[in-house]
Design a protein around this ligand. Sequence first.
Ligand code: NAD
Ligand code: TYD
Length: 350
Amino acid sequence: MKKILITGGAGFIGSHVVRLFVNKYPKYQIYNLDALTYAGNLFNLKDVENSPNYHFIKADIVDGERMMQLFDQHGFDSVIHLAAESHVDRSITNPMEFIMTNIVGTVNLLNAAKHYWKNDFEGKRFYHISTDEVYGSLGATGFFTESTSYDPHSPYSASKASSDHLVRAYHDTYKLPMVISNCSNNYGPNQFPEKLIPLFINNIRNNKPLPVYGKGENIRDWLYVVDHARAIDVIFHKGNDGQTYNIGGHNEWTNIDLIKLMCKVMDEKLGRAEGTSEKLISYVKDRAGHDLRYAIDSTKLQRELSWVPSLQFEEGIRLTIDWYLNNQEWLDEVTSGNYLKYYEKQYEER
Ligand code: NAD
Ligand code: TYD
């Protein structure tokens, strides 16, 4: 019987990972540790909160002593580490929170795992969830592979790169069993509406301007969040110790093409005349250090662990839009209060 600590389980991707593990593995005990920052929302896990193998712990990974105490108390044998500050724009305004959570918090977890597992690494695993943004920016051609050199540009990606290096260092120095995956941009239900897709769905719904950074020519490789959770399941169980796996959807879109597609689908769903929502597009000041293109080569994961994405993007984006339109209460709840202050600061000056 496994005792898995999943950090950041109340967030976007974490909640999908927790749901998958709680439902698929009733014999595992799943401990969701989350500080419930602005991005954490226990409502995301309403459907599994009463499952006998699910436990919630409110804690901050920056608190190293608490991490030690929790390992001591619960005897976790595995960690799936997703807790992080995750939004590039916020990292530009406030880098220090990213240093604390993404770097110091990760080291606190590594130290606790190393301390409690040191006499017996058998059956133990520290799985660190990372991003393709550590690789930097691509030109018009090529893909990120597992051997692409790190070249992060934002405080967010630099903090994630740093945590990746530290996880590898604990493997090489102390033999801590670990695995890392670097995934492309995720989309789907429960994503906080600061990221492009849910932000724009919410703005289209409310007839608010759609703030496109620069010319909208930047390219992202989008993967449905449930497919990321499936990949995490496969890598957690079958990935080789010390290895890195890239996860991506082979699904590149320029921002502007993606935004136009969302406008078209939402016109249909909201019963608006075709072209109505596109009129909300507003080109604003570009993001500082804006990476041009991300694109993942996930051949290793496909070849070694037989993972492939299950959903085509056109279907995934429709499912996602439907979810937000059917869960307006969730959207209204998370876009009230502090969100309004964030939104004003982020977009008024542009
Ligand atoms: P998110 O911002 O939606 O959720 C982060 C979660 O971590 C929240 O529940 C938050 O409360 C929690 N958290 C933040 N600081 C904490 C702290 N100090 N202690 C404990 N909990 C804390 O993020 P997400 O988009 O779900 O991303 C999850 C992970 O996946 C991150 O590590 C991110 O770098 C990585 N990732 C994200 C994407 C993406 O497209 N969103 C892509 C690749 C990798
Ligand atoms: P985002 O969802 O923040 O993900 P990331 O920066 O981690 O890739 O942004 C996706 C793309 O959309 C990125 O090129 C920035 C762009 N973008 C906008 O044009 N306007 C916005 O308001 C936001 C949030 C993002």
